[in-house]
Design a protein around this ligand. Structure first.
Ligand SMILES: Nc1ncnc2c1ncn2[C@@H]1O[C@H](COP(=O)(O)OP(=O)(O)OP(=O)(O)O)[C@@H](O)[C@H]1O
Ligand SMILES: [Mg+2]
Length: 371
């Protein structure tokens, strides 16, 4: 449905120097897929999205929609944004304050490419999307008298009413409070699934990305660091940046002692030898970094039977309600564990740790540092 090849987009800064905001960005999205660009502020998410929309002119690369080029640097093809048929909700969206909910939603139908539509047809289309975003009961309310979350849904309705073949969403939940944001996540996902709209979603919130996406591209400094399903990104991060950005993790430096089939290896570290898995080819002697998620450091009072077993001391704990963050000390090394709140862990007392080798990911240290 959407295919991006080696896209580069630059800006000029105040000194006239080129800022490479998106570099060598490539990915492909299937029809009906929810695709997320995830990364820290300034990494090039909005730039990439605006390039897809045609609001920025890239320097080089290609963008194909349904196998038709809408941008090609080499062939000098550039299809204007309003000819691309995409729906968009921007980071700072604007609703029209002098119109009510219905008029706001109907606006694109009245002025846009579909302005030939009759009154009844507009009524039908508008009410359908207003129902979808659960604003139908507010159709006559002035837009300024909506709550933040309702305004956000209105912006979404306005993008959806055009029945775009591609929906581009730039942090559409950013100005909602935590609770509403969570509710809207489910809402958006339900809508996307029901209407089967291919969606490119931009966020810096890893939880949001993991919860909503079929595929995620993690970006840093204009480049895609890793492309994969939420599970792949979370469980098998390719480098230190991805591991660190997509949730909390423990990094442990080490050296490869031995390597077996299927990426299984044994790593010598300051806290002992640990079995681990790697997605890249490692050799004995390679300097590596292990990434182990806090929830994969299993704590218990009794000596565990499975996994790599370590002895530790409870250093600190924070009760979070549904879980407990426990900082433990293995030798001199501090590690973070996420434990069940029922665990009896007294600060200063000894505790057992078990690590499942499949949940301990080894990556080459050079790669880990490069990011
Ligand atoms: N119009 C512009 N002129 C010059 N530089 C720009 C312009 N827009 C963005 N940049 C720069 O390009 C880089 C990428 O910006 P972009 O807006 O794509 O980041 P982002 O990932 O969307 O960040 P955020 O999460 O803060 O929205 C940044 O270094 C930014 O300062
Ligand atoms: Mg942005």
């Amino acid at each position: 449905m959407l295919k991006i090849d080696a896209l580069c987009t630059e800006y000029r800064n105040e000194q006239g120097q080129a800022v490479k905001a998106a570099q060598d960005v490539s990915f492909e999205i299937e029809e009906g897929e929810f695709f997320t660009l995830l990364g820290p502020s300034g990494c090039g998410k909005t730039t990439t999205l605006r390039s897809i929309a045609g609001l920025e002119r890239p320097r080089s690369g290609q963008i194909r929609v349904d196998n038709v080029l809408v941008y090609c640097g080499e062939k000098n093809i550039f299809v204007a944004p309003n000819q691309r048929g995409f729906g968009m909700v921007f980071q700072s969206y604007a609703i029209w304050p002098h119109m009510d909910v219905f008029a706001n939603t109907a606006f694109p139908l009245r002025v846009g490419r579909k302005s030939r539509l009759g009154k009844a047809e507009i009524e039908r289309k508008v009410m359908r999307v207003l129902q979808a975003v659960q604003l139908d009961h507010l159709r006559d309310r002035e837009a300024t008298q909506l709550s933040g979350g309702q305004q956000q849904r209105l912006a979404l309705a306005r993008a959806l009413v055009m029945e775009p073949k591609l929906l581009l969403l730039d942090e559409p939940l950013s100005n909602l409070d935590a609770k509403l944001r969570e509710a809207m996540r489910f809402e958006l996902k339900r809508l996307q699934r029901e209407l089967r709209i291919t969606t490119v979603y931009v966020t810096h919130d890893q939880g949001e990305a993991l919860a909503m996406s079929h595929q995620i591209a993690v970006m840093n400094q204009g480049r895609i660091q890793q492309l994969g399903t939420p599970r792949e990104i979370y469980e098998k991060p390719k480098n230190r940046f991805v591991a660190d950005f997509v949730g909390a993790t423990n990094f442990i430096e080490g050296t490869v002692r031995s390597v077996a089939e299927g990426g299984h290896c044994v790593i010598d570290t300051e806290i002992g030898s640990l079995r681990s898995t790697s997605i890249e080819l490692l050799r004995p002697g390679d300097a590596v970094v292990l990434s182990i998620r806090p929830e994969d450091l299993q704590l218990s009072d009794a000596r565990p039977e499975q996994g790599d077993v370590l002895q530790a001391k409870v250093d600190q704990k924070i009760f979070l309600g549904e879980a407990m963050d426990v900082r433990i000390k293995v030798g001199e090394r501090l590690l973070l564990s996420k434990a069940h709140p029922a665990l009896r862990a007294h600060v200063g007392s000894p505790i057992w740790v078990s690590i499942d080798p499949l949940q301990s990911v080894a990556m080459r240290a050079t790669e880990a540092l490069a990011a």
